[in-house]
Design a protein around this ligand. Structure first.
Ligand SMILES: NC(=O)c1ccc[n+]([C@@H]2O[C@H](COP(=O)([O-])OP(=O)(O)OC[C@H]3O[C@@H](n4cnc5c(N)ncnc54)[C@H](OP(=O)(O)O)[C@@H]3O)[C@@H](O)[C@H]2O)c1
Length: 288
């Protein structure tokens, strides 16, 4: 009997939240894990686990991506699954955001993700196998107010990833999109970019009211472990299925987007984000 080869997953943004929980889950399931992080000092807990290799990787530093992929392959012999998870949310009315913030959002969420694909795909192609799992968001198909640029970055991830299906699936490479709704992570806190750098104050009142409501979705949303389970399921699903949502909010809103006429859908979003409606309807979607 031949021994079953231990599989290897390569994860970006493994320092916290969904990436960290995903690294823990794959490790728990017996996989080799390449947990990549921007700051090596955040690697301590993961690095102490067996079969986990922590490597520095900043998706805005192309050389660090290619170096990490090379080291991972040299260390474990192969990469079977790539989880493109690194990302953050730029939030606020569009006019309050300056160009540098917008460029950084796309550099991280879109171009960084593409470059990681560029680094790993030749390896998948050579082996005629592998799974690419891109963490997009529910807002990649259901845009929310004050997230215009973040919405756009995740729409880009959706379009990019769906387009890859036609190129990669015939080569034996699986392609998956993860669409989380609100997940209780640092996304809403330390990771968020909400600076008003242009000083436009017209939207202050609207922003204050909307963020007041939206900030409640994170703590009441899914756990990072819930998201990790969906990522694990997607990575191991050899079917042609492309999209996997995380959380009741994502499931309900994606369904509503599919079946409601556009104007009705937008009215529903506007209404459900009012303080009063959120306190009643929100209870159906979020834990608190
Ligand atoms: N939480 C949600 O509600 C939610 C919903 C839908 C989609 N998502 C998506 O899920 C993914 C993970 O977010 P999360 O919720 O787990 O938030 P998180 O806890 O803030 O994790 C974000 C991770 O991305 C990393 N990261 C950010 N910029 C990076 C860069 N330039 N290079 C490498 N790593 C970078 C962070 O590293 P540092 O520790 O160095 O900052 C961190 O490890 C993101 O793509 C996010 O857009 C989240």
């Amino acid at each position: 009997m031949t021994a079953v080869q231990t599989k290897t997953v390569f994860i970006t943004g493994a320092s916290s939240g969904i990436g960290y929980a995903t690294a823990r889950l794959f490790q728990d399931k017996g996989w080799n894990v390449v947990a990549t992080l921007r700051k090596p000092e955040q690697a301590e807990t993961l690095a102490a686990l067996p079969r986990v290799l922590c490597l520095p990787l900043d998706v805005n530093d192309r050389a660090s991506i290619h170096a990490a992929v090379e080291k991972a392959i040299a260390h474990f012999g192969a990469i079977d699954v790539l989880v493109n998870n690194a990302g953050y949310g730029l939030m606020g009315a569009f006019e309050t955001l300056d160009e540098a913030q917008i460029i950084r959002q796309f550099d991280t969420n879109v171009f960084g993700l593409m470059e990681t694909c560029r680094a790993v795909l030749p390896h998948f192609r050579e082996r005629k196998s592998g799974a690419l799992v891109n963490v997009a968001s529910m807002v990649g198909r259901v845009p929310l107010p004050l997230y215009s640029v973040y919405n756009a970055s995740k729409w880009a991830v959706e379009g990019f990833t769906e387009g890859l299906v036609y190129e990669l699936c015939p080569l034996g490479i699986g392609v998956k999109i993860i669409e989380p709704g609100a997940v209780n992570t640092a996304f809403f806190g330390r990771s968020a970019d909400r600076d008003n750098r242009t000083g436009v104050s017209t939207y202050d009142q609207y922003s204050k009211a909307q963020f007041g409501v939206m900030d409640k979705t994170g703590p009441g949303g899914s756990s990072p472990e819930d998201a990790a389970k969906v990522i694990y399921r997607a990575a191991n699903d050899s079917s042609q299925r492309l999209r996997y949502s995380v959380g009741t909010d994502a499931r309900m809103l994606l369904l509503a987007r599919r079946w409601l006429p556009e104007t009705l859908f937008r009215a529903m979003i506007r209404m459900s984000l009012s303080e009063k409606a959120f306190n009643s309807v929100g209870k159906l979607l979020y834990k608190s």
